[in-house]
Design a protein around this ligand. Structure first.
Ligand code: ZN
Length: 202
């Protein structure tokens, strides 16, 4: 039996916001449909469940630190809220976290969210992006810094070619990350038609 299953049995999960005996985020703590955010970053359409505050913020924070049931609840809510956008022939591509953070936390929340959303929506998931390690900003020439803006690389350009992709992330802040990920995928021949995230930080 896996450790997380044993822990779940010993400490049944409760709603992160109100402690109701329901895993993840209970129905009354989920952002209501009218809280959903639909906006554009440049020409990229973005959908989130709500803004990064209140119970949604708490949910994202505990999810980042490993509460998989909360990630499942967020993915389920994304699937219900944006089911119409998650149409066939689109492929979910998670925004990756750094390998250092993945090692520290034991999982990659973007990839987890994408897999949970894929399982619910029936869309395929391809983990095509890797974040290049290290802090690129220190001790480098201007040219090197500009090059380092490409913080991501595509691990399988042959799979990206012709793909119609949806980027999946936990929180959208400035949109710089989504822009970089989109640029990398599109330079490999994909088209990024949408980004979905749990929350939008304003
Ligand atoms: Zn609740």
């Amino acid at each position: 039996m896996r450790l997380d299953k044993i822990l779940d049995a010993l400490f049944p999960a409760t709603c992160v916001a109100c402690n109701a005996p329901q895993a993840g985020l209970c129905a009354s703590c989920l952002p209501p449909p009218e809280a959903a955010q639909r906006f554009r970053l440049g020409s990229l359409r973005v959908c989130t469940l709500g803004t990064y505050d209140g119970p949604l913020r708490e949910a994202v924070l505990v999810f980042k630190h490993g509460r998989r049931d909360v990630g499942g609840a967020l993915a389920a809510a994304l699937n219900v809220r944006f089911g119409k956008e998650l149409t066939a022939r689109l492929t979910l591509v998670p925004v990756p976290t750094t390998s250092a953070r993945r090692a520290e936390r034991g999982f990659d929340q973007g990839a987890f969210l994408a897999r949970e959303l894929g399982g619910r929506s029936g869309l395929g998931v391809l983990e095509l992006l890797r974040q290049t390690a290290g802090d690129a900003q220190h001790g480098r020439s201007r040219v090197a810094r500009l090059a380092a803006r490409e913080r991501f690389r595509c691990t399988a350009p042959e799979l990206a070619r012709g793909l119609r992709a949806i980027l999946v992330d936990d929180v959208v802040t400035t949109g710089a990350t989504l822009r970089d990920c989109r640029a990398i995928l599109e330079s490999a021949g994909a088209r990024v038609v949408l980004a979905v995230a749990a929350a939008r930080a304003l």
